[in-house]
Write a protein of this length. Structure first.
Ligand code: IVH
Length: 706
């Protein structure tokens, strides 16, 4: 199918309904039975929505087997069927706040109709919607007797032996277990495990998996449990489906705590909220923070907490009335790959990229996406004309994750890397033995030159406002600028003739260029675009050597000895400064008046020497940069992630959930802002809190969840 924008119904709506039902049935089979979907979830949701809208207005009777009335797909004959004692339903979706609100209003009306519900006590449970595979686990007398996939909701597939290999899933519940228990939840593959698997596959020249969900589904539906055991599958529990011979549980929250007592993993982000507004705020929080986690989530599930009320509200044919999935804007979509081209970067690296039929994904319209290097194109085997899956997650640059091979045109052929640079000089491209990247090594390559200038002027480098890609190209084409030093020789008269340029814009640009002469030394180093030299290592070199001249004269071993630099960066820095063209550029920049601001020499005592302090969340008295600078000024380090080597984690408002979880798991001290100030002053960590005295048992509050 095409790129997936909402398709306007054309022609006869009844014909379109028939067509949509067939299409959706086909996609159900690809997703649920073959674990190899042809379209993204977002494109699938659009088809189902279009069908539901048409059915609501045109179909007199909606058949019971319409995809709007059913769940999943028939179980595969490869597995023994398991009849679910309680149907495994789907969830209705809310695509935005207004749809969540509308669901809430429907719910309130339904509760009002019941006549005896005190609306002021209604509570909602907010949970992450884990993007994995739903399973049902049945226990008899505390022993796992069956584990099944959802299938069509009525009959699933027996994958007990495979589920037994997951350490997260208890096989025996121990004392106090009820006679019968059915627990449901989501099997998922952590992102770190998915990335490690794909990195290994790519390194071996093999086709990587498209996403963690499909990998999890494929891993779970293996004939050989030993294969499942090798994949690092995990499990989150989200529902107690049936219990016989256990305590009377009145709320969802209480049932999760009860299951947790038997060792079922319950996600720490489950939250009980007293209003739908609070639930919506929680959904919006997770739209921003979905990438803080080490697993994919595709939304937030909002559930009514009261179990008796749930039973009274009941379900439609495919989903309960008491829950809704707030779906996130999609980060994966399918579209057509028009062509593959290579772009030339400032170091000459030739990066293949996809020209795509425009597609709205991750909040923006994407027309190009990186393909990284020659081997990745070959391993993914994406070809011009293919339907491809495009991903744009958070701020990460868009990427083509793979092709839908079943939709490949018959005449397609594998793509081959071009032999020469796409620039007018057409110099042969070079790929060194054992390297994955291909380079244009022509010193005069105009594409590299333009990229070097764009990089020089960019925010993290000389930060010359108004000197973007278009202006750089204009200056090069006019023959005014060849390298960064030429920028400092520009005069107003040179620029006044350009179309659309007036005194103001010319003045602004010249002032911005002038202002860049005193940028900090670290930024100047970054602006040279030395391979591997990023802002952190540039900062370390600037602090250690204090001037361009001192770095230019330093021996490679001296460079490598600087903390955060190392032998690889030291080698590329040395090579760069040794090039005659670089020496000449430096001399011309100095002559033009470039005078980098020397880094501030720290006057703080090095009370944090050798310590590693991670900061997460917003602090009241520091920006993130200020907090990190305060740590570095005292001899410490402030990396972006928590590890065994972390000394302490400073936590502000809205901290990254994964950092917090990891710190807790590793037993790393967690400091608030006040304790952080004390640490900066003294270098001492606060005394650990003493174990709290057991509190006297409070009188039971009948309205409180247990
Ligand atoms: S509750 C009656 N809670 O989403 C439905 N489902 O589209 C009970 N899912 O089949 C499901 N995380 O595979 C629930 N915290 C969560 C979930 C969750 C993921 C999946 C589940 C379900 C699908 C519905």
């Amino acid at each position: 199918m095409a790129s997936g924008e909402q398709v306007e119904p054309v022609g006869d709506p009844i014909e379109r309904i028939v067509e949509l039902r067939a299409q959706i049935a086909h996609h159900n089979r690809r997703y649920h039975e073959l674990d190899d979907p042809e379209i993204s979830d977002a494109d699938y949701d659009l088809l189902v929505r279009e069908l539901a809208t048409l059915e609501a207005t045109h179909a007199d009777a909606v058949p019971v087997d319409s995809p709007t009335q059913t769940v999943g797909s028939a179980p595969s004959v490869a597995f023994t069927p398991v009849v679910h004692r309680v149907a495994m339903m789907s969830l209705d979706n809310a695509m935005d706040g207004a749809e969540l609100q509308a669901w809430g209003e429907r719910l309130v009306r339904a509760m009002e109709r019941l006549g005896d519900v005190d609306l002021s006590t209604v509570a909602y449970c907010c949970e992450l919607k884990i993007d994995g595979v739903a399973v049902a686990l049945s226990y008899e007398d505390g022993v796992l007797v069956s584990g099944a996939t959802r299938g069509d909701g009525r009959v699933g597939e027996d994958v007990t032996a495979n589920l037994r290999t997951l350490a997260d899933i208890p096989t025996e519940l121990g004392s106090g277990a009820p006679r019968r228990l059915e627990v449901r939840g989501e099997v998922y593959l952590p992102l770190s495990a998915f990335e490690a698997t794909n990195a290994a596959l790519l390194a071996a020249g093999q086709k990587p998996y498209v996403n963690p969900r499909n990998t999890a589904a494929g891993s779970l539906r293996q004939k050989d449990p030993a294969v499942t055991a090798q994949r690092k599958l995990r499990f989150w529990t989200y529902q107690l489906a049936e219990i016989d011979g256990g305590p009377g549980l009145v709320s969802h929250e209480a049932s999760l705590r009860y299951l947790e007592g038997f060792g079922f993993p319950v996600n720490p982000q489950v939250q009980l909220l007293r209003s739908l507004d609070a639930a919506l705020a929680r959904c919006q929080y997770w739209v921003e923070h979905r990438h803080d986690l080490d697993y994919d989530i595709d939304g937030v599930v909002v559930k009514l907490d009261d179990l008796a009320l749930r039973t009274r509200l009941g379900s439609t044919a495919r989903a309960p009335r008491w829950a809704i999935a707030y779906k996130f804007p999609p980060e994966e979509r399918t579209t057509i790959l028009r062509d593959i081209e290579v772009s030339i970067g400032r170091t000459g690296r030739a990066t293949p990229f996809a020209r795509l039929e425009p597609v709205f994904v991750g909040g923006v319209t994407v027309e190009t996406a990186t393909l990284h290097n020659e081997d990745q194109v070959a391993a993914k085997d994406v070809r011009p004309g293919d339907t491809v899956i495009v991903r744009r997650a958070g701020d990460v640059i868009p990427e083509v994750v793979g092709a839908v091979v079943s939709l490949r045109p018959e005449d397609s052929a594998p793509w081959t890397f071009p032999r020469s640079c796409p620039c007018p000089l057409s110099t042969p491209l070079v790929r060194a033995e054992g390297e994955s990247d291909t380079f244009c090594v022509e010193a005069e390559c105009p594409y590299q030159r333009a990229q070097r200038l764009i990089h020089f002027a960019s925010r993290g480098a000389m930060d010359i406002e108004g000197l973007g890609e278009r202006t750089v190209q204009l200056l090069i084409d006019a023959g005014l600028v060849n390298d960064p030093a030429d920028l400092y020789g520009l005069h107003a008269e040179d620029l006044m003739g350009f179309e659309g340029w007036g005194e103001t814009s010319v003045g602004n640009l010249l002032r911005a260029i002038e202002a860049s002469k005193t940028r900090p030394l670290a930024n100047v180093l970054v602006s040279f675009g030395v391979r591997h030299l990023g802002p952190a290592a540039a900062g370390a070199l600037a602090s250690r050597f204090g001037s361009i001249e001192a770095i230019a004269e330093a021996r490679q071993e001296e460079l490598a000895a600087v903390e955060g630099v190392g032998p690889i960066i030291a080698a590329t820095v040395r090579t760069w400064f040794d090039r005659p063209t670089a020496r000449e550029l430096l001399a011309r920049l100095a002559a033009a008046g470039l005078a980098p601001a020397a880094p501030a020499v720290s006057t703080e005592r090095p009370v944090l020497a050798g310590r590693s302090i991670v900061v997460t969340g917003a602090l009241a008295g520091f920006s993130r940069e200020e907090a990190e600078a305060a740590i570095v000024a005292r001899g410490g380090k402030s990396p972006g992630s928590v590890s065994k080597k972390t000394t302490a984690v400073v936590v502000g408002a809205d901290p990254g959930a994964s950092k917090l979880t990891k710190a807790t798991d590793l037993g790393i001290p967690i400091l608030d802002e006040e304790q952080f100030l004390a640490l900066l002053a003294t270098g001492e960590l606060p005394e650990p809190e003493p174990e709290p005295e057991p509190e006297p048992e409070p009188a039971p509050d009948p309205s409180a969840p247990t």
